[in-house]
Design a binder for this molecule. Structure first.
Ligand SMILES: C[S@@+](CC[C@H](N)C(=O)[O-])C[C@H]1O[C@@H](n2cnc3c(N)ncnc32)[C@H](O)[C@@H]1O
Length: 332
């Protein structure tokens, strides 16, 4: 057989991609990774701990072995290092809630065909609605993704030793950037602008981190709220640029430039696409999520950020990879 002949395997795997979402989401819902980490390592033990059938437990474990999230040795199962770090519940880096959220979103994929025809979200899939309860579900689930990124940003900007700095987080969600940065720098203060119910979630996280006394919130819409002049040393815009269209991103960047002190830094975190839109794969595919959920969002190229930030009055723009699919963009 000619080894260069195209094979159907990969296409079958892609077409059945929902199997992976289903197995990961169901395993997370039944806390299998948490039970494995606590020492349950056989099908019957895991079935009992998770209160599921043995047939269901065996099927989930088969799927998890196939996905490379669980290892099988001498008839005993255990988490891989990846699953132990990112899928056990209760850890700061846990993506378990995210896996559950994605399982719940699978039904929305049925809208995909219409979305491509219409060029935008259909009915209730749109998320850019004031005080959308969608965010209250999403922000705690995505917080773990920002832990390594916020930590790297703090290192690159030497935030721990920066003294009495003032931080503004636009669409700060769970408050994870403020929580990490205020913990690292005991003289820093942070303000988060987000919808009221989301800010309430952030306040709880900051309290858990014992830094709530240096955290304030502004409830409302970042498109319309005045951000002031020369008030902040650092501004954050994490996983927000992809829900906004080009004009809104430029307008927000210009408001942020004015709100920053001279020499202050805007930190953008998002899925950034190469200028020729040839990669990387995660940001390219994520654009379909924004077509499904946002009026004008997408995944933007490095050149887009460079152009928009220059228009908004920033002169020095740099891009930094992270150990996640997101890129950090610093603008001064
Ligand atoms: C994808 S989440 C990102 C959360 C956080 N920055 C992070 O990286 O984990 C987007 C956040 O922006 C907030 N948001 C969206 N549109 C907004 C608006 N017009 N005004 C204020 N906040 C908004 C949402 O409530 C949500 O918290």
């Amino acid at each position: 057989m000619n080894n260069n002949q195209p094979r159907p395997d990969r296409i079958l795997e892609i077409a059945n991609g929902y199997w992976a979402t289903g197995i990961l989401g169901a395993a997370a819902r039944h806390s299998l990774f948490t039970h494995l980490e606590a020492g349950a390592d056989t099908v019957d033990q895991l079935a009992t701990k998770a209160s599921i059938s043995e047939r269901g437990a065996q099927t989930l474990l088969d799927g998890l072995v196939a996905l490379g999230l669980v290892e099988l040795r001498d008839a005993k199962y255990r988490n891989t290092a990846e699953a132990a770090t990112f899928l056990v519940e209760g850890q700061r880096t846990s993506l378990s809630s995210f896996a559950k959220l994605k399982l719940g979103e699978m039904g929305k994929l049925a809208n995909q065909i219409d979305v491509f025809r219409a060029g935008g979200p259909i009915a209730d899939a749109m998320v850019e609605v004031a005080d959308n309860p969608h965010w209250e579900e999403v922000v705690p689930a995505i917080a773990a993704q920002s832990v390594p990124v916020a930590t790297i940003a703090a290192d690159l900007l030497c935030l721990a030793d920066a003294g009495e700095i003032s931080i503004l987080d636009l669409g700060g969600g769970s408050g994870i950037y403020s929580a990490i940065w205020l913990e690292l720098n005991p003289a820093a203060r942070s303000t988060q602008l987000d919808w009221g119910p989301v800010n309430a979630i952030a306040r709880r996280l900051l309290k858990e981190h014992d830094v709530a006394d240096r955290f304030t919130c502004i409830d409302g819409d970042f498109h319309t709220i005045d951000l002031g002049t020369a008030a902040y040393d650092i501004a954050v815009y994490s996983h927000v640029a992809h829900q906004e269209g080009p004009e809104d991103n430029v307008a927000i960047f210009a408001k942020v430039r004015q709100a920053l002190k001279p020499g202050g830094t805007l930190v953008v975190c998002d899925y950034v696409v190469d200028d020729d839109r040839g990669g990387p794969s995660f940001p390219l595919i994520f654009a379909s999520e924004m077509l499904l959920k946002s009026k004008k969002g997408g995944t933007w190229r490095r050149a887009d950020y460079q152009g928009w930030l220059a228009q908004a009055g920033f002169h020095d723009v740099s891009f930094h990879p992270t150990p996640s699919p997101a890129t950090l963009v610093f603008a001064r």
